[in-house]
Design a protein around this ligand. Structure first.
Ligand SMILES: [Zn+2]
Length: 103
């Protein structure tokens, strides 16, 4: 599995240092099985997964195999999707539910 962490995600991990261990655990679970642990979003968020870390606190990530199944790169906010292998996970954001969707 090819794993990428976006800058915004890493910044957020630092910001929420108190739950770092919890986040790490979730990240490991997602890497093992990105489809099983995430909830696929719809509409403008097609191809994007969210996974709760704790109450109202989520990880947002992309899984390129799913990006491609949607067959529409334009709707997926996966900038370098064409260059990445199918087995790529991009951790995009981490944060309280409302904040994460407010980008
Ligand atoms: Zn992608």
């Amino acid at each position: 599995m090819n794993v990428k962490f976006e800058t915004a995600f890493l910044k957020s991990v630092k910001k929420h240092a108190s739950i770092k261990k919890l986040v790490k655990k979730k990240v490991d679970m997602i890497i093992e099985n990105p489809v099983a642990f995430g909830e696929p979003l719809k509409g403008n968020w097609q191809g994007v997964y969210s996974c709760p870390v704790k109450r109202s606190f989520i990880i947002i990530y992309l899984y390129c195999e799913t990006c491609r199944k949607k067959g529409d790169d334009a709707v997926v906010a996966c900038s370098d999707c064409r260059q990445t292998p199918d087995q790529t996970i991009k951790f995009v954001l981490l944060g309280p539910h409302d904040e994460a969707y407010g980008i």
